[in-house]
Write a protein that binds this ligand. Structure first.
Ligand SMILES: [Zn+2]
Length: 237
């Protein structure tokens, strides 16, 4: 280890983003204990899993994968990505998810992050879903041992967000849904448009009601004729 690195770590010790304890030099983002206690969903091994049931009767997605349950402790790293610009943690969790998705048999996979409105993206400096998408791509590529020829592409510009949605002020469920549903549209400026029948993994940080994911999945299925699966870092029980 370089002496200056040692000195830096002594002055500014890295902390576990879940429990707050000081990390060892070889630990990244989480301590070993939190890593071992990670509330993994194992949805990638379960057909008709609870996350898939969220979309039953709403839109025809193929599979839904979430890395972990959104517990009090594991809310913190997701918040760090979303609100505090901790991009490495989003990439790390996205990669963990991507490694588990290497069971997907397709030889060409496209990953589409839920878009932010361009103004919000400029203000925040990044789209957290895009960070996760990049992590998933890295994980899929790292995990493809038997399928070395697989191609994975992130397409952040396939869809775009039309307007700001203000779900907080909308009165009822129907009105809220209308707000979300109309918020996305195909992006005419997208340079790369996969052919119909392609497998798209739509990704976001957290799966709660599924309204946003449903709105985007519906466009991908109905307007483009894609097969759509969904991947999120966390699932709210
Ligand atoms: Zn910890």
């Amino acid at each position: 280890m370089k002496w200056w690195r040692l000195l830096f770590d002594l002055c500014f010790p890295k902390r576990c983003t879940v429990c707050g304890c000081t990390l060892n030099y070889h630990e990244q983002h989480f301590c070993l204990e939190c890593y071992a206690d990670m509330p993994l969903t194992h949805f990638w091994n379960v057909q008709d899993n609870p996350a898939e049931k969220v979309f039953w009767g709403r839109c025809r997605v193929e599979r839904v994968y979430s890395l972990l349950y959104y517990t009090d402790n594991w809310r913190k790293p997701v918040h760090l990505l979303k609100y505090e610009g901790n991009i490495p943690i989003g990439k790390c969790l996205g990669k963990m998810l991507g490694e588990r998705l290497s069971i997907i048999p397709d030889s060409h996979i496209y990953i589409v992050p839920i878009p932010l409105h361009w103004r919000k993206r400029v203000r925040r400096g990044y789209n957290q879903a895009e960070v996760i998408a990049q992590g998933i791509k890295d994980g899929l590529e790292a995990g493809c041992t038997g399928n070395g020829s697989r191609k994975v592409e992130v397409l952040p510009e396939l869809l775009r967000r039309r307007s700001f949605t203000n779900t907080q002020t909308a009165k009822d469920r129907t009105e809220r849904w209308r707000n979300v549903k109309d918020a996305f549209e195909p992006n005419p400026r997208c340079r790369k448009v996969p052919s119909a029948g392609s497998h798209i993994i739509l990704c976001d940080d957290v799966l709660t009601t599924g309204a946003t994911l449903e709105a985007c999945a519906s466009i991908l299925i109905e307007n483009y004729g894609y097969r759509v699966s969904i991947a999120t870092l966390a699932y709210v029980e």
